[in-house]
Each structure stands twice: as C-alpha cells, then as structure tokens.
Design a protein around this ligand. Structure first.
Ligand code: COI
Length: 355
C-alpha cells in the first residue's frame, strides 16, 4: 500500500510546467549526476512483452537482492543527449540508433528489449518532461540514460524472469575535468577492456566496472583516460574507457574496426560520415600502436565525451604530443557535429529530431 501511495505521489507534477529553466549554475556543469524531475519506467512481463510505460518522479527503485542485474550483471544501457535550440525547442540526436543498439545488446545479454518506437517515445517523453533541466544551448545538454535490466529474482545462473526499462536524465557539461582542453592518455598494457567473443561490442554494464582499476591508476598519475590495446597481441588500439578513438595522418583518418571488442559509437559513425563529406579518407582497420605514436592528431568520440582532442599519449617510456590547434581535423569535425546537434548547422542528413 505504501509503495502504491508513493507511486501515485510520484506521478504528480513537481513544478510549474511553464517555467523555462530550473535555477542552477549553468556555467559550471561537469558530468556529475543532477537528477532531473522525471524518469520513465516500463516493465516487461514474464512473456517477454513490454507494456505501457509511464513517467514518474526520479527516485530510488526497489529490487530483490537476488535480481539478475545485481547478481549476474544482466543489464545494458544507452546514452543520448537532448540539446536546446536557440528558439527553445529541444533536439534529439539519432535516438533510433540508440534503440537499435540496445536491441543488439539485449540479444547478446539474452534479454527482451523495447521496440524502436517504444524506446524513442520513452526518450522523447523523458526529454520533454525534463525540459527545464536542458541547459542553454552553449552551456551543455541533457544527458539521457536508458537502462534495461534483469530485475526479476534468480539464484542459479540464468536469465532473469522479469525486466525493467528505465530512462533518467541529468544536465551535463564537459565529460572530462580538462573541459574542452586536450586530453592526456595513457596506453594500458596490463588490463584489457574486452576480449574476442566477449561483450565489448555492446553497452553491457559488465564492460565498465572492470576498467575502473586501470582508469584510477592512470588518473592518479595525472592522465585523463586510458587507451586499451587488444587483449591477444597487445599491439592494436581498441578504445578508451569511455569513448572511441581516431588517429589522423595527413588526410587519412583511421579508427579501430568494430570486430566485436569495440563499441559501435553513434558519435563515431556520425563523425566518420562528416569526415568523408569533408574529403578525408576514413579507414576502419586494425590500428597498430606504433601508428598511433606516429600520428599527426588523435581524438576521441562518444556521446558523453563529444569530440575531444588528445594532446599527448604515453606508451611505455615514450610520450608523444599531437596537434590540437584551431585548424586541427578534430576541431573542424567537432564544430560540424555540434552545429548539427544544436541546430546551428542545417541537418541535411535527417539526424536530428525536434520535439
Ligand atoms: C556515453 O558516452 O554515453 C557513455 O555511455 C560512456 C559512459 C562511460 C559515460
């Protein structure tokens, strides 16, 4: 009874819906959680059907201690952003691609998943209900986190009997404490992020805790993030803890081919398309670490990270510096992408959904 009273209470509007912005310091947004008012919750029944979801106030959820997600890590997540256009409308960037990626991840983790329409509708509803948390367009965006998890109880290893899809949101600015300045990366040789046949190619939650040790080791030495090498030969570039990686030499831009160990980033594929449009040669291949150390430029891409320049990479006892100036390839590609995402550059590709 208390739970159902709380559910009813959480459905009530929490603010004057006409208010344009919440009162917060938009100039100092980082990537910490500032929960927006509403989250979207949709349950999947035992027969694998996702039923009508609903918006509710952001808050804690109840889970059995034996929930599949807590014991065996059966969950995947997505990340997407809502941007505020200068005219006040909200823009979403390719949310249907997140929906499809969630479906592929769900298949790998033996989970049922929402349809593309259900996913996109949930993201739209979450963005719109939290409109006053979407920062002014030059200050940041609303990060939207769709999460699909096995919430039913299990004891022996097996798929959970019930699943929950939740979408919550938080206003964010730059992902790294460096802001828009260049990153300093460290090539990790001890720990691997993913192995052939594993789950590195999907956004399983199980890909993230195992990188924390290497990440924290690198951060304690002053680095921004870690670059992982392939787990077999330890010679080929994979990705960073939170983003994909690109290497520039002359007019050629290379990035590790997605072979099951590398996440198929939506920012990654968008940047590749923009680069081709601008006349660069874009190559997906196995990128040797020596090629990275010999590059003109290196940059990272991801939803949370955006398009971030890399200033230095340290590998074994060698530290290399890269070009990061206003004329860099990274800055040029970034300005087109951000322009499309925020409505300042015409979207000729149908990437942006206005709500
Ligand atoms: C994203 O870019 O949306 C991610 O999911 C990366 C995460 C580590 C913040």
């Amino acid at each position: 009874q208390a739970a159902s009273a709380l559910r009813e209470e959480r459905k009530k509007p929490v603010y004057n819906q006409d208010e344009e912005y919440v009162d917060m310091d938009w100039d100092n947004l980082g990537f910490g959680l500032t929960p927006a008012d509403y989250m979207y919750v949709m349950k999947c029944s035992k027969d694998g059907e996702f039923t009508e979801g609903e918006l509710t106030r952001f808050g804690n959820i109840q889970l059995s201690p034996s929930a599949g997600v807590l014991n065996y890590g059966q969950a995947i997540y997505e990340g997407t952003k809502a941007y505020r256009k200068e005219n006040g409308k909200l823009l979403l960037f390719r949310p249907d691609h997140n929906a499809v990626r969630m479906q592929l991840g769900a298949e790998r983790m033996l989970m049922p998943s929402p349809s593309v329409d259900q996913f996109v509708d949930a993201v739209k509803q979450t963005a719109f209900a939290n409109k006053r948390w979407v920062p002014p367009s030059s200050k940041g965006s609303l990060y939207i986190r769709p999460l699909l998890m096995g919430t039913g109880p299990v004891l022996g290893l097996g798929p959970a009997p019930e699943y929950t899809f939740i979408v919550y949101a938080s206003p964010v600015g730059n992902y790294f404490k460096e802001g828009t300045s260049a990153l300093n990366l460290y090539v990790e040789e001890e720990d691997a992020r993913a192995a052939p046949g594993g789950s590195g190619g999907v956004k399983s939650i199980t890909n993230y805790a195992p990188v924390l040790k290497a990440l924290s080791r690198a951060k304690s030495l002053g680095f921004s993030d870690v670059l992982y090498l392939d787990s077999v030969k330890k010679k080929y570039l994979e990705e960073a803890s939170a983003c994909n990686v690109f290497v520039v030499k002359g007019r050629t831009i290379s990035t590790p081919a997605t072979n099951g160990t590398i996440l198929e980033g939506i920012t990654r594929k968008s940047v590749m398309e923009i680069a081709v449009d601008q006349g660069y040669q874009v190559v997906e291949k196995a990128v040797h670490v020596d090629e990275v150390m010999d590059a003109d430029e290196v940059f990272c891409t991801g939803t949370a990270v955006g398009v971030a320049p890399v200033g230095t990479i340290t590998y074994q006892d060698k530290r290399v510096e890269y070009e990061t100036g206003d004329e860099s390839v990274c800055k040029k590609l970034r300005s087109v992408l951000v322009g499309i995402q925020t409505g300042l550059v015409e979207d000729t590709k149908g990437w942006v959904t206005c709500i």
